[in-house]
Design a protein around this ligand. Structure first.
Ligand code: GDP
Length: 205
């Protein structure tokens, strides 16, 4: 597993508290309770890396995780790589000021972070994309930032239903959207390999 060895670095309330903006990083985004923490843990093979909970809206921080440096071509120094867990979005009980703060910070992060190579967007396969998800995809479209969409909790559907949801999602993507959708399940392990490869590909772009 190329994402093994991930380690907590810091939790930030503002983007200027994040690690130095060098090397390469991939951001994880999703609505609260979509299954983002579970996905991070499954991908890194580290059960307790990101805290999962049944209480949505708890993770109101940006969390940086370092990965072991990626080897590069001969003569090139290994690439410093990170994963950034963006705060879960869309939880109704979060006070409006805090929600606005995070909307602004996520926006700043997406616009200013030079080491950002791509986004992993996590959404529940059973629900249509919500406003936040569409906002992320619109941003990726406008800025040519690649996105891997994990349609998670696929274990809650039959295989046929999951495939149907995936095909419908792909069909709904406008031409030129730099996004790839895939089926995922943290509990069943579905799509974990595919997503790991996608993250490494993003880090290397
Ligand atoms: P986050 O708020 O997006 O970080 O979501 P969590 O990872 O904490 O997960 C929210 C809830 O969904 C928890 O109760 C998880 O156990 C559950 N969950 C997450 N991923 C899956 C999955 O792949 N399958 C199923 N059945 N449940 C999941």
């Amino acid at each position: 597993n190329p994402l093994q060895g991930a380690q907590f670095v810091l939790a930030a309330h503002r983007i200027n508290q994040l690690p130095a903006d060098s090397g390469a990083e991939v951001a994880f985004a999703g609505r609260s309770n979509a299954g983002k923490s579970s996905a991070l843990n499954a991908l890194t093979g580290h059960r307790g890396l990101a805290r999962t909970s049944k209480t949505p809206g708890r993770t109101q921080q940006m969390v940086a995780f370092s990965l072991p440096p990626l080897p590069q071509e001969a003569g090139q120094p290994p690439l410093d790589v990170r994963l950034i867990d963006l705060p879960g979005y869309g939880y109704a009980k979060v006070p409006p000021e805090l929600r606005d703060h995070w909307k602004q910070e996520i926006d700043l992060y997406l616009h200013q972070r030079r080491s950002l190579r791509g986004v992993v967007l996590i959404a529940d396969i059973r629900h249509p994309l919500k406003e936040f998800d569409r906002m992320m995809l619109d941003f990726c479209f406008a800025t040519h930032l690649p996105c891997q969409l994990l349609m998670t909790k696929a274990d809650k559907l039959s295989r046929g239903q999951a495939t149907q949801a995936l095909l419908a999602m792909r069909k709904s993507f406008p031409e030129g959207l730099p996004a790839t959708a895939q089926i995922f399940s943290s509990s069943a392990g579905t799509g974990v390999e595919e997503a790991r490869e996608a993250v490494v590909r993003l880090l290397r772009t």
